[in-house]
Write a protein that binds this ligand. Structure first.
Ligand code: ARG
Ligand code: ZN
Length: 469
């Protein structure tokens, strides 16, 4: 994970009188972090990105990525005399701010447009030309980030891999639309989020694929998979499902993947009913890779699945339920800070439990009872899942997933089925498209239930086995 000194400006805005009637804030230097205590270097201060236009080439022969990123942003407070983007490694050859060429400083994982060149105020555009071999990211389950594969490349990772392949305000608090045009050898398929706008004709052995997501997306959810994929599409109930399944998968894995993916519209219906709100996007689908990553990721509209999950039909179905549940909780509603990760993983795991019960398997109540059977002195209870710690094995611990789901199952027993359904529905409807916090969820729960749930959440999200259950 990237950690950095957190520099400069807080909310301080200097005011100066520049005419008798108008007070104009003086330009300030944007912070090099968005203000998430877990990852102080992630994201940046002073602006909000509306859109990334990424024009990228990737050569699987030497892993070199060549890109031009055009970032459309707006200042959020005072004009900026200097600001930064996140970018890990890679060589920057040219940067323009609103068509003015500027010098930049590379400081660790920050790309800084130094003061004294331009002042941005309101809408502005940054264009960055860059290239290089992206640095892989080490995390709990193995490697992530831009991962070369046997047939191409895969971009996958959480919490903060976006900066390893494009200049970005790399924090889910700042979601943006994305258009990605990617040029790769013509015999390979390039898959990303959202709609396939164009599959270009081969030119000199290369082909450009253009993908677009208008719905704002957290940077870590932007994905790219290049390789030998079978790409299919179909429309069900107004949602376009595009599935890319690696042709390298062993037959049994491919068959399990196909049958799990065939049921995606059914899963989406089930989840819309569970969450009490419609599927948030008009695109859906999957990228099933032949690589053994050890994890899947809820990349927006098109989750990435490592082959590991497709050894059994049951695992296959559950991981699809999990990642599609994240489209509501994780993607459409996204984290304002990473310490609230249980809002993502607890909800997606709860959805797996609810699905299992609906299929005639173990009930949610029994799953909860199983969890509570873990002895109170078991290490499983030691972590505060509401503030789990920033390391990969803390953020994505089984306690965050399982106790997160158990928290919801216990909450349902506490407030009753009707209030619980109303809570999920109001949460996913009223907060659709926004960054959310645990405090906002517990406040809504308290409002819907009409009882103070402070002690309930303190017991379930804090360390230790909750007493009285
Ligand atoms: N959010 C993913 C999921 O539960 C897990 C990602 C964990 N992997 C990691 N790169 N640390 O579906
Ligand atoms: Zn998850």
């Amino acid at each position: 994970m990237r950690r950095h000194r957190l520099l400069l400006v807080g909310p301080l805005v200097l005011l100066t009188a520049c005419s008798s009637t108008v007070l104009r804030p003086l330009p300030v230097v944007g912070a090099t972090g968005i203000g998430d205590p877990y990852y102080p270097g992630d994201g940046n201060g002073g602006y909000d990105v509306a859109r990334y236009d990424l024009d990228i080439g990737y050569d699987p022969a030497d892993d070199v990525l060549t890109g031009v990123a055009t970032i459309s942003a707006t200042t959020t407070g005072a004009p900026l005399a200097s600001f930064s983007l996140d970018l890990v490694g890679l060589d920057v050859s040219d940067v323009q701010v609103d068509d003015t060429e500027v010098e930049v400083t590379r400081d660790g994982d920050e790309l800084v447009v130094d003061r004294g060149q331009v002042v941005v105020d309101g809408d502005f555009t940054v264009r960055v030309a860059y290239s290089g071999v992206p640095e892989p990211v080490r995390d709990g389950p193995g490697v992530s980030g831009v991962v070369p594969t046997e047939d191409g490349v895969l971009v996958v990772g959480q919490p903060d891999v976006a900066a390893t392949w494009f200049p970005v305000n790399d924090h889910p608090r700042d979601a943006a639309s994305v258009e990605l045009a990617v040029t790769v050898p013509a015999d390979l398929v390039a898959v990303s989020n959202g709609a396939l706008v164009e599959r270009g004709d081969p030119v000199d052995g290369q082909r450009t694929w253009t993908w677009r997501s208008d719905a704002p997306m957290a940077p870590y959810l932007v994905t790219l998979a290049v390789g030998d994929y079978d790409l299919t599409d179909r429309v069900v109930d107004g949602v376009t499902y595009r599935d890319a399944v690696s042709r390298g998968l062993p037959e049994r894995f491919a068959a399990n993947a196909r049958s799990a993916l065939d049921r995606q519209p059914e899963v989406v219906d089930f989840l819309a009913d569970l969450f009490g709100s419609p599927y948030p996007f008009d695109e859906c689908g999957a990228i099933v890779t032949d690589s053994s990553l050890g994890f899947a990721l809820e990349t927006q509209t098109r989750p990435i699945y490592a082959r590991d999950f497709f050894g059994s039909a049951e695992d296959a179905q559950l991981v699809v339920v999990h990642e599609l549940a994240h489209q509501w909780t994780g993607d459409d509603l996204r984290l304002d800070r990473w310490s609230d990760i249980w809002l993502n993983e607890g909800f997606a795991t709860y959805a797996e439990w609810a699905w299992t019960q609906a299929q005639g398997g173990e009930t949610v109540a029994d799953q909860l009872a199983d969890v509570l059977e873990q002895p109170a002195d078991d290490e499983f209870w030691s972590q505060a899942i509401g503030d789990p710690g920033a390391d990969g094995d803390e953020l994505f611990s089984s306690a965050v997933y399982v106790r997160g789901a158990a928290t919801l199952a216990a909450l349902r027993q506490e407030v009753g089925d009707d209030a619980f359904a109303e809570l999920l529905s109001r949460w996913t409807t009223e907060r659709a498209g926004q960054a959310v916090t645990t405090g906002e969820f517990t406040a809504l729960a308290t409002e819907v239930a009409g009882t103070d749930l402070t002690d309930f959440f303190a017991a379930w999200l804090g360390p230790g086995r909750p007493e009285g259950y």
